[in-house]
Design a protein around this ligand. Sequence first.
Ligand code: RB5
Length: 146
Amino acid sequence: MLYIAADHGGYPLKEELKEFLAKEGYETVDLGADELDLADDYPDYALKLAEQVVQDENAGGILICGTGQGMCMAANKVAGIRAVVVYNEFTAQDAADHLNANVICLGGRVTDAETAKKAVKIWLDTEFSEDERHIRRLRKAEEMEE
Ligand code: RB5
């Protein structure tokens, strides 16, 4: 399952990405915000989405705030989350094949919609490399959760 959520900094981009993903044939579950609310807080959405993603190893999540940074910081507090900020095609590729990221975080105020669409598509279409060095590095990072 593919989850998506955003605070007010990412709300317009979330709406645009949802439409794009539907056209591309992806089913997404929108965990909010349901409307533009300038007073909402990114950790609330990051937690909601992270809790869903860790329940299913095949699940993925897209979090969007103004920069992607707050969402990323908050989501990574949840054990099992590998969230990274993605802001172009290169970081999207790396997120998938090197980092096996189960959550990508976008910045609605820093990445234009066309770039975001390309980046999301790359992340979704790219498999984790399974290279020993990447598995080793991810394991080391995961051990820090213990
Ligand atoms: C909200 O104003 C903004 O700080 C938030 O969307 C995000 O950019 C944090 O990283």
